[in-house]
Design a protein around this ligand. Sequence first.
Ligand SMILES: Nc1ncnc2c1ncn2[C@@H]1O[C@H](COP(=O)(O)OP(=O)(O)OP(=O)(O)O)[C@@H](O)[C@H]1O
Ligand SMILES: [Mg+2]
Length: 269
Amino acid sequence: MKTKKPKKPIIIAIANQKGGVAKTTTAINIGVGLVMHNKKVLLVDTDNQSHLSRWLGYAQDGKPTISELIWQTVSKNKQLISEAIRHSEIENIDYIPSNFMLAGIISILGTDSDSTGVFSRLFADETFEDYDYIIIDCPPTLDLLVSNALKACDKVLIPVQSDYWAYEGVDQLLATLQRVKQTTNVEKFVLGMLVTMFNNRTNSAKAIVEALKDSYGNFVFDTAISYRDEVKVASITHKSLVGRKSSVTGQQYMAVVDEIISKEDNING
Ligand SMILES: Nc1ncnc2c1ncn2[C@@H]1O[C@H](COP(=O)(O)OP(=O)(O)OP(=O)(O)O)[C@@H](O)[C@H]1O
Ligand SMILES: [Mg+2]
């Protein structure tokens, strides 16, 4: 029997308030991997560092960015959301960019009577029904922008760098998720923890992964992403690695995409 395509896109927030744990790298590679599986994907940059946007070729062009969409949603001053959506030739993927203006937007979010629900209202717009997945690349904070992303998402993907301080971030993030989702059962909103920058030659990295599995069990993705120089090169050349047969981390990211797709029916409830 043919299953009907759900009208609502699956929204995945990629979040961890720790900086430099591979949120943006993961957003790009997962996004492109899903496109390779014929999914229609929108990447959303909610970090004023604009790393994701610049990776995808964004240059200031006077057209709306995520900042204008937030402002419009709070002020109920609707304009065309589609004008904020770019298509990146670089990665054959759609995205909404951010720029430095986003830094000032937190105060606007704070004026909304539902200050953590602005993204939920924004992404409920019919423009987004075209997409199978919306992937939100979060900034390294736990501020109102991230609370909005967590409230709007169906699932959160938490990249965890395999180092000693990895845990700190995860527990605080889950506490925030619990608060914004207003439930103690946060597990149903967790897509998984993805171990990143894993060095299988060090005992410390192996110990961290084991400890993570002890604490969070099945929520840790089967696949870990290795620490490889090719990822650093890719972020300089602005090329994803996913799907590249010659790339170890590209193959690993594709395995993560396969895990996500295998969970798709569950996500849709
Ligand atoms: N598997 C990996 N191996 C080696 N380097 C990596 C790997 N993953 C990411 N990096 C590098 O680590 C740095 C941080 O990655 P990235 O920008 O994706 O992290 P982030 O969590 O988005 O950072 P921020 O918190 O600043 O937004 C980048 O230089 C990236 O190329
Ligand atoms: Mg980032």
